[in-house]
Design a binder for this molecule. Structure first.
Ligand SMILES: O=C(O)c1ccc[n+]([C@@H]2O[C@H](COP(=O)([O-])O)[C@@H](O)[C@H]2O)c1
Ligand SMILES: Cc1cc2nc[nH]c2cc1C
Length: 381
């Protein structure tokens, strides 16, 4: 069955339509420059963006990331087909008093997401973005959403490695599997979110171990805003926890396994897989940004497919992105958010949906019948 693409106003001259079949029998249409055209795909994308009826560059960072999405696709797709993936898991380290909420909240809030009663479900439903909750290890016998429980939470990294090599592989495979099946269903823009009480502690520990940036700079309040006692304890836990496993942590995988969480591992794997299947993805807050820097360290190519969304209130956010070569000033949304779940990511997905629609439906600068010539469009996006 063929998908009818929206009627487009601006099919660039000299482009040809190619069919891209998916496993489910859907056929998606994409356009690439015709063979023998005197420009490559990247130049053609720039011409397409710069030729829209607006001053070049006037949509700022939104143009930058529209361009990144089009280049990541490697051929023009005329619509965004988004899918938001949320990974939920518990973290053994919460017994150290690093958060003022009980671990039970993880499963309950993940179930709220499934039931459409969490902020992320409302954001997704309100914007027509399909989403899936994947339980990679909440501390509850039943699963919230798709059951891929590795265990009922990780171990407390202050006492032992958070997960075994086998558990790491299981979480990793789940992340990859979710991306593969999304792409097979025809989704062409993925975004990631998470739910896990204690996961700002595991994320800060991973970032500290990976970069050596001191706990004072990467540990924040998480879900316990303003609680100075908790913050102090959390910094100490991150410092001591990383010190405890220092000798074992030789690779990024070791770090994720010793002080990370099932959610971070699954998201990291999902991002690496996105690069493999050439699908752009949107980063959310601190936890997904840490997963991203791990993915970029493991597979440099991942950077080409990563789109930032918002700058979380967590102090480690800007460091994590910078280690993955995304500067804070290149993050489009600044809203002092710190919810997680992928709430910032799906706002960015909506922006990108608008951008892709606009590039195919706005008039072209060439359409203006002007009495005098204007200088050529040269903005760098
Ligand atoms: O994404 C962020 O930047 C972010 C910042 C602070 C808190 N969170 C969310 O709150 C939980 C983690 O906070 P905590 O204090 O339990 O480590 C987890 O469910 C995250 O989704 C998320
Ligand atoms: C209620 C609640 C909802 C959340 N969503 C993501 N993290 C969360 C943490 C808490 C505590």
């Amino acid at each position: 069955m063929a998908v009818i693409c929206p009627r487009v106003r601006a099919m660039p001259e000299g482009w040809e339509i190619k069919e891209k079949p998916s496993l489910f029998g859907w056929v998606f249409l994409r356009a690439i420059p015709k063979r023998g055209m005197d420009m490559d795909y990247e130049q053609a994308v720039d011409q397409l963006i710069n030729g829209a009826a607006k001053p070049p560059g006037s949509l700022g960072l939104l143009e930058k990331y529209l361009r990144k999405v089009l280049l990541a696709w490697g051929g023009l797709e005329r619509e965004v087909r988004p899918h938001h993936l949320i990974f939920a898991a518990d973290n053994g380290v919460v017994t150290e008093g690093v958060v003022n909420y009980p671990a039970e909240i993880t499963y309950l809030q993940a179930q709220n997401m499934v039931d459409g009663r969490a902020t992320i479900s409302c954001f997704c439903s309100g914007s027509g973005i399909p989403y899936t909750v994947v339980d990679v290890g909440t501390k509850h016998q039943e699963a919230a959403g798709i059951n891929r429980k590795v265990a009922l939470g990780t171990k407390n990294f202050m006492q032992q490695e958070a997960m075994s090599p086998g558990e790491f592989r299981q979480a990793w495979e789940t992340g990859r599997e979710m991306v593969r099946s999304s792409v097979e269903q025809g989704y062409n823009l993925l975004s990631f979110g998470e739910m896990g009480i204690g996961n700002t502690t595991t994320s800060a520990a991973v970032l500290h171990a990976l970069s050596g940036i001191l706990p004072e700079f990467v540990v924040g309040y998480g879900a316990s805003p303003g609680n100075e006692e908790t913050l102090k304890r959390k910094r100490l836990v991150v410092a001591k926890g990383v010190e405890r496993h220092r000798e074992t942590m030789k690779t990024v995988e070791d770090i994720l396994r010793c002080v990370g969480g099932f959610d971070i591992v699954a998201i990291c794997a999902a991002m690496v897989e996105c690069a493999r299947v050439k699908t752009p993805f949107v980063i959310d807050g601190f936890i997904t940004a840490v997963a991203y820097v791990c993915a970029a360290r493991m597979q440099r190519e991942t950077e080409k497919f990563a789109i930032p969304s918002h700058l979380s209130k967590e102090p480690g956010m800007a460091y994590a992105l910078l280690l993955g070569n995304i500067r804070a000033e290149d993050v489009p949304i600044r809203a002092d958010m710190a919810l997680g779940e992928g709430t910032g990511a799906v706002l960015m997905v909506s922006i990108l949906k608008n951008m892709v629609y606009a590039i195919f439906h706005t008039a072209r600068l060439d359409d203006f019948e002007l009495s005098a010539a204007v200088p050529p469009a040269t903005a760098a996006v």
